[in-house]
Design a protein around this ligand. Structure first.
Ligand SMILES: Nc1ncnc2c1ncn2[C@@H]1O[C@H](COP(=O)(O)OP(=O)(O)OP(=O)(O)O)[C@@H](O)[C@H]1O
Length: 451
C-alpha cells in the first residue's frame, strides 16, 4: 500500500511481547508496508520524536508503561499520526479511555488479522479527509452561524471526522444533530461509503432485530429471501442511530455485542460476518438519566458516549438568528423559484426575541409559512404567526367553520403542532402524546404540509 509519493507507509509497532510484535510485523510487511518495532513506551516515544512514522499500533500494558502514554504523547506533541491500541480481551474500559485520549481505533486480543488489515487500510488514509473535505464546495456552509457555541461544535466536528471513535450527539430537537452526523461522515474517510440513518424510535420492537442485522431466507414466516440489515448496509461507512434512548433494553444488549465484537449474525444464520461500521448516535433525551432510571444499559452508554458533541440550541446562538433566517429564506425562495423576500426590521426583531423550542427546524417551518403568507417582497411580523393558537382556541362558530374537511384539517394541524411544541419537536414523543403511531403521525404531517 502506498501513501504520499507512492513510498510505502511506515508503521511503528509497539509491544513488549516478541510473538505479537512478529505477527503484526509479518502481516504489515505482507501488505507492502515498512515496519519498525519498539519494545516499550520509552523506545516508542524516542522513535516517534525522530519523525517519519505514518501510523502507530501500540499494545496497552507493557513492562515500562502504558500504551495510553504513547497515545497521549502523540496527542500532546501534535503529531499527525493515527494511533490504534491493542487491548486485552474484556478490558474495553481501556479501549474507551484510549479513544478519549485521541486513539482513532482499537483492536482486541486475540488480534484478528482481518480486522487489523481493515484498520490499517483506513488509518493510512486518515491524513486525506480534512484537506479533501475542506475542498468540497459548500461544506463549510452546511452550518450557518458564527457564534462561539456553533464554532465550538464545528471545531469538534472537524476533529471527529479524523477519528473512528463513536460519537454521541446531544442537543434539543431540531438543533442539527443529524446534520452534524452527516457532516462528520462527509468529512471522514468513510465519505464515499454509505451513511445509514436509523430512527430507533420508529421501528416496531418485533422487527428490530431483522432490521438491524438482516435475515436468511426462511428464518421466519414471510422471510422469502435473504436480506441485509442496517449494519451490513452501513459496512465501511457510518450508522447513525437517532433517538437511541428509544431502543428497547433487549435490543440494547444485542447492539452492545455487535459493537464490541464488530461482527453481526443474521437471523437464521449460524455464522457471524465481520462489519466495519462507525457508530454515531443522538438523542434529545438525557441518556445519563435514562441509565439512572434503568431504561438504558450503562455498558452500552459507556460504549456509545466516547466523545460527546453538543449541538447548541438556537437560543444559545441568538446573534446568528438573522444570518440563519437569511440563509433559510434564500434556500426556500430558490426552491420555489421566487426572489428572496426581505424580513422587515420588526419581523427580524420578533424572530430574534422568539423562544424557538424547535430550534432551526422550527425557524424553517415559520419562514416557510411566512413565505406563503407574505406579499412576496417583505415579510412582516404578522406573516410569522409566532404565537400559535391552541386547539381549544379554534373558532367554533359555525359561520367560521367553513367546509368540514378544511375545519378538521385545521384542528388536526393545530393539535399536531401543539404536540410537537410540547415535545420540543420530537416526533416520536409527539406521536405518543397524540395516541397515534409514528408512521401515522408522519403521514398526517406530510398530508397537512407540516415539514
Ligand atoms: N446552524 C444551522 N444552519 C443551517 N441549518 C441548520 C442549522 N442547524 C440545523 N439546521 C437545519 O435544521 C433542520 C433540523 O436539523 P436536524 O434534522 O439535523 O436536527 P436534529 O437535531 O437531528 O432533530 P431531531 O432531534 O428532531 O432528530 C435541518 O433542516 C437542518 O438542515
Amino acid at each position: 500500500m502506498s501513501k504520499k509519493n507512492s513510498k510505502p507507509a511506515r508503521v511503528l509497532v509497539v509491544d513488549d511481547e516478541p510473538h505479537l510484535r512478529e505477527l503484526l510485523e509479518l502481516t504489515l510487511l505482507k501488505m507492502g508496508l515498512d515496519v519498525e518495532l519498539a519494545d516499550g513506551v520509552a523506545a516508542a516515544v524516542a522513535r516517534l520524536d525522530q519523525g517519519g512514522i505514518d501510523l502507530c499500533l501500540t499494545d496497552m500494558r507493557m513492562q515500562d508503561g502504558n500504551g495510553l502514554d504513547v497515545v497521549r504523547h502523540i496527542d500532546t506533541q501534535g503529531y499527525d499520526i493515527p494511533v490504534a491500541v491493542i487491548t486485552a480481551y474484556g478490558s474495553l474500559d481501556n479501549a474507551v479511555e484510549a479513544l478519549k485520549a485521541g486513539a482513532f481505533d482499537y483492536l482486541a486480543k486475540p488480534v484478528s488479522l482481518d480486522q487489523l488489515r481493515t484498520l490499517v487500510r483506513s488509518a493510512l488514509n486518515l491524513d486525506k479527509p480534512a484537506s479533501a473535505a475542506r475542498a468540497v464546495p459548500g461544506t463549510d456552509k452546511v452550518f450557518i452561524g458564527e457564534s462561539p457555541a456553533i464554532r465550538e461544535a464545528l471545531a469538534l466536528i472537524d476533529k471527529l471526522a479524523k477519528s473512528q471513535a463513536p460519537v454521541y450527539i446531544t442537543g434539543e430537537s431540531g438543533s442539527g444533530k443529524e446534520r452534524a452526523a452527516r457532516l462528520i461522515h462527509g468529512q471522514s474517510l468513510r465519505a464515499e461509503q454509505p451513511f445509514v440513518p436509523v430512527n430507533c424510535g420508529a421501528i416496531p420492537e418485533n422487527l428490530m432485530e431483522s432490521e438491524f442485522f438482516g435475515y436468511k431466507k426462511g428464518a421466519f414466516t414471510g422471510a422469502d429471501g435473504e436480506r441485509d440489515g442496517f449494519f451490513q448496509a452501513a459496512d465501511g461507512g457510518t450508522l447513525f442511530l437517532d433517538e437511541v434512548a428509544d431502543l428497547p433494553l433487549a435490543m440494547q444488549v444485542k447492539l452492545l455485542r455487535v459493537i464490541q465484537e464488530k461482527k453481526v449474525r443474521k437471523i437464521g444464520e449460524t455464522r457471524e460476518e465481520a462489519v466495519d461500521v462507525r457508530i454515531i448516535c443522538a438523542t434529545h433525551q438525557d441518556l445519563a438519566k435514562c441509565v439512572e432510571e434503568g431504561r438504558f444499559r450503562q455498558d452500552l452508554y459507556y460504549r456509545l458516549n466516547v466523545i460527546e458533541l453538543r449541538m447548541p440550541s438556537l437560543r444559545d446562538m441568538r446573534d446568528d438568528i438573522p444570518v440563519i433566517a437569511h440563509g433559510v429564506l434564500a434556500r426556500l425562495a430558490s426552491q420555489n423559484g421566487m426572489d428572496e423576500p426581505r424580513l422587515s426590521p420588526d419581523a427580524l426583531a420578533a424572530l430574534t426575541a422568539y423562544d424557538f423550542a424547535g430550534n432551526v427546524r422550527e425557524l424553517e417551518n415559520i419562514l416557510e409559512r411566512a413565505l406563503a403568507l407574505c406579499d412576496g417582497r417583505v415579510i412582516q411580523p404578522d406573516d410569522l404567526q409566532l404565537k400559535r393558537m391552541d386547539a381549544e382556541e379554534m373558532p367554533v362558530d359555525r359561520g367560521e367553520i367553513g367546509l368540514l374537511q378544511d375545519y378538521l384539517d385545521r384542528v388536526e394541524k393545530e393539535a399536531i403542532l401543539s404536540a410537537l411544541d410540547k415535545t420540543r419537536f420530537n416526533r416520536t414523543q409527539a406521536a405518543k402524546l397524540l395516541g397515534v403511531t409514528f408512521r401515522s403521525l408522519r403521514y398526517r404531517m406530510e398530508r397537512l404540509g407540516i415539514n
